[in-house]
Ligand binder design. Structure first.
Ligand SMILES: Cc1cc2nc3c(=O)[nH]c(=O)nc-3n(C[C@H](O)[C@H](O)[C@H](O)COP(=O)(O)OP(=O)(O)OC[C@H]3O[C@@H](n4cnc5c(N)ncnc54)[C@H](O)[C@@H]3O)c2cc1C
Length: 268
């Protein structure tokens, strides 16, 4: 049961409270997960006074403070302008507007909600996350997801998500299939291409398999030097080899087939 509530004004104080071994204090962001379950939690460390809610353009990189609500990301003009708008579009598809008003980008990632289309898009855009513990570390979002939030955070606080500038002339697209607009996607896909005339110079492809984003480096490599229609044929052959699981929304086989269709449609 929650016994204490803290609202530190300094990150160092929040880190000290979270690291305190005598108390089971946890960081509080939008509270939409914690509101559902606070079993085993002694104290909440509210991070709303830490100055971590911001969206900044810094040397063409987008910096999203961990406490930024998803709705602000969805509506931000600099975010809309980046990567053909796919970050805002995927933010818009995160559950409902009521939840987007509270849930934060840091909360989504720290809670391991990697099924979010936003995670698929951020992986395609090569985003990284900054974590403050005893020291500050920046790791790729891909690595954060691979190791899982608990291990990646190591008891620290996720402070920022950084989206690097897309390569000059990069063209990005994102697509999803969901039963209804506000539901979690059955599959999502994001593709960023750098073209030289009608030929692909480089590509990044991420597919959300219903539980997490998967990058396809082999497909990306084989797409380089190909035309869009040849790349679409490669996607049709290679995307169905992604790992996927069956759940209440879809079977693994269906997910794999739809993933290939979404990637193909993003290419041609
Ligand atoms: C009506 C409703 C429906 C929902 N539907 C779904 C659903 O279908 N599927 C689903 O998975 N979730 C669902 N959620 C849960 C929720 O929307 C998400 O989990 C949300 O992304 C959490 O973000 P938050 O900012 O509210 O995090 P919080 O609830 O504040 O925190 C989530 C966890 O992450 C930790 N944390 C938060 N921020 C940081 C940080 N910066 N650094 C380190 N640790 C941090 C917290 O200590 C906590 O353990 C639903 C919630 C509601 C209220």
């Amino acid at each position: 049961m929650v016994k204490t509530y803290h609202r530190p004004a300094k990150l160092e104080e929040a880190l000290r409270l979270v690291a305190d071994e005598n108390d089971k204090n946890v960081p509080l962001a939008g509270g939409t997960t914690l509101a559902l379950n606070v079993r085993g939690v002694d104290g909440l460390v509210d991070m709303s006074a830490l100055g971590l809610s911001y969206i900044r353009l810094d040397n063409r990189s987008l910096r999203l403070g961990a406490m930024t609500p998803i709705r602000e990301i969805q509506r931000s003009e600099p975010v809309r302008q980046a990567a053909q708008g796919i970050i805002s579009e995927s933010a818009k598809n995160y559950l409902t507007a009521l939840i987007r008003n509270r849930a934060t980008i840091g909360g989504i990632l720290a809670a391991g909600n990697f099924w979010a289309d936003l995670a698929t898009v951020l992986v395609a855009l090569d985003a990284s996350v900054t974590i403050r513990g005893a020291a500050e570390r920046t790791i790729s979002l891909e690595e954060f997801i691979k190791n899982g939030p608990r291990k990646s955070l190591g008891g620290g606080i996720l402070t920022e998500v950084v989206i690097p500038p897309a390569a000059a002339g990069a063209q990005c697209g994102y697509s999803r299939l969901a039963k209804v607009e506000t539901d979690i996607s059955i599959v999502s896909a994001a593709v960023c291409l750098v073209l030289s005339g009608k030929t692909i110079r480089s590509a990044r492809v991420a597919v959300g398999n219903g539980s997490r984003p998967i990058r396809l480096p082999d497909l990306e490599k084989s797409m380089a030097g190909q035309t869009l229609s040849a790349a679409a044929d490669l996607a049709a052959r290679k995307v169905p080899s992604i790992s996927a699981e069956s759940d209440i929304r879809a079977s693994a086989e269906y997910r794999k087939e739809v993933a290939a269709v979404l990637v193909k449609r993003l290419l041609i």
